[in-house]
Design a protein around this ligand. Structure first.
Ligand code: NAD
Length: 487
């Protein structure tokens, strides 16, 4: 079966999904396909009253369906059925995502969707394994910590991997017994809507998964400030993360998980396996055209191997194949929008004006839509905007070091601490550097997540607070009540 499709053939009508029903709405925000720049659909904006309605439906469903009270194995079974359905509908989901986003359809079917199904099963399995504890107290009493769901979790996601982010939010929240009101990015609403409908088809009670579409300031703020939303789980920029903290502080308090931006370094020591390091580094900046929170966008390399390593990375940069996301042979992603193209070009120009040398790329690719060439910049230091700012594009900077201390100092970013890579054959050095680096995830002699979903992901510094994935993500969707019984 070919995965390629005609992007005009999809039904992309605008609606919200509340209580298992479609609420048809006006697509106020014009959407353009990143692959060809054509306007193709509109995204509605849920106002405060619609968010109120969705939260009320979620609250009622969480209480009335007994989702949190059934034997936990029942929740596990239904979530597994949802994962099965996601796999069965992989092509439909992939097409809805590919048309709107920057993810090529073949990568979605081969990679994103099988992993999403796996992650939902992974989270489901906590439901009947993690529980409450009897704790040691004085002999005159009996103490317990009782674990409970929050009730309604508000989730907000970014556009760069919409289905994956929806799975990271919905999976643990539902497994933990909550209802969810989720707002996907206004740029990529369709795949998340379909995924939610599959949840209900799989047997998750209607009203537990509600999708409201809209922008951040209107719909997003209505969710984060809602008094009946007991917890927020957010993925997006550090700027929006701090706006959310501010809104929560103004409207009350509630726990939040914030998965934010990054500017992750990759340190390569002189003893590293250079072809292996080059492949990992190139993949990390080329995947989704660098539009990944953990993109390894700052190469920090031992001076004596810098030329050899950058030549090997350039060879990989030369081999990308830009193309429409709906063409199954495309391997290189477009940039999400015209403003984001301008932003990338602006940062590259500013870096060059400040003295950077462009070793590769540095310009748009001649193709319809928004494609930017893989780009390698040398001659930069920490004052360069290309080193300082999260570009969220295929731009890799190179800085050289002469010793380990200098490598660590260069890797340390004043704002971000999401991920880091270390390449060396010296195990002691790898462990020493890993201990010192201030990042939420560190990969050694590889770069990027594996299918070990038990490893949590999350940021140090302004890259966020709390974790997605792992046991942490499940526990973050439960609260603890202490009970002490006098005997
Ligand atoms: P963004 O912050 O502009 O938007 C993310 C989401 O937040 C969208 O749904 C948006 O509508 C909403 N939003 C914006 N302002 C809001 C507000 N004031 N209140 C409530 N909601 C608001 O980010 P983006 O451009 O969609 O995504 C790119 C960013 O996301 C990058 O910084 C990237 O690093 C980050 N990201 C982080 C992770 C991670 O796991 N740490 C994963 C993916 C993306």
């Amino acid at each position: 079966m070919t995965l390629s499709f005609d992007p005009d053939s999809l039904d992309l009508s605008a609606y919200h999904y509340v209580g298992g029903e479609r609420i048809v709405a006006n697509g106020e925000l014009e959407l353009r396909r990143p692959s060809d720049g054509k306007a193709y659909a509109g995204c509605p904006v849920a106002d405060v009253s619609l968010v109120d309605r969705a939260v009320a439906v979620a609250k009622d469903a969480q209480r009335s369906t007994g989702w949190a009270d059934v034997r936990p194995r029942e929740r596990v079974k239904v979530l597994h059925a949802w994962a099965d359905l996601i796999e069965k509908e992989a092509v439909a989901l992939a097409r809805l995502e590919a048309v709107a986003s920057t993810r090529p359809v073949a990568q979605l079917v081969a990679l994103d969707i099988p992993v999403i199904a796996e992650q939902i099963r992974f989270f489901a399995e906590f439901a009947d394994k993690e529980g409450s504890d009897v704790v040691p107290t004085g002999s005159d009493s009996f103490g317990m910590t009782v674990s409970e769901p929050y009730g309604v979790v508000g989730a907000i996601t970014a556009w760069n991997v919409p289905l994956s982010l929806a799975a990271w939010k919905l999976g643990p929240a539902l497994a933990a017994g909550n209802a969810v009101v989720l707002k996907p990015s206004e740029m990529t609403p369709f795949s998340t809507l379909h995924m939610a409908e599959l949840a209900v088809r799989a047997g998750i009670p209607a009203g537990l998964v509600n999708i409201v579409l809209g922008d951040g300031p209107t719909t997003g703020a209505a969710i984060t400030g809602h008094p009946d939303v007991a917890k927020i789980s957010f993925t997006g920029s550090t700027r929006a993360g701090s706006a959310i903290m501010e809104n929560i502080a103004r409207t009350g308090t509630k726990p939040m998980t914030l998965e934010l931006g990054g500017k992750s370094p990759q340190i390569v020591f002189a003893d590293a396996d250079i072809p292996r390091a080059a492949a990992a580094i190139a993949t990390s900046i080329l995947a989704n055209a660098g539009q990944a929170c953990v993109a390894g966008s700052r190469l920090i390399v031992a001076r004596e191997i810098a030329d050899q390593l950058t030549s090997a990375i350039i060879a990989q940069m030369q081999s990308v194949r830009a193309g429409y996301t709906w063409d199954e042979t495309s391997t290189y992603s477009p940039i999400i929008s015209a403003p984001q193209m301008e932003r990338i070009a602006g940062i590259v120009t500013a870096a060059r004006t400040a003295g950077a040398e462009c070793l590769f790329g540095g310009e748009p690719i001649a193709h319809e839509g928004y494609f930017y060439s893989p780009t390698l910049l040398s001659g930069v230091d920490e004052t360069s905007p290309a080193v300082r700012e999260e570009i969220f594009g295929p731009v890799l900077t190179v800085q050289c070091f002469d010793d380990e201390a200098e490598a660590i100092a260069l890797a340390d970013h004043p704002t971000y601490g999401l991920a880091a890579g270390v390449f060396t054959r010296d195990l002691s050095r790898a462990l020493r550097v890993t201990r010192t680096l201030q990042a939420g995830t560190i990969w050694v002699n590889r770069y990027g997540r594996s299918r070990d979903h038990i490893l949590p992901t999350g940021g140090y510094k302004q890259s966020g607070m709390g974790k997605d994935l792992g046991r942490d993500a499940y526990l973050a969707n439960r609260k603890t009540k202490s009970v002490l019984i006098g005997l």
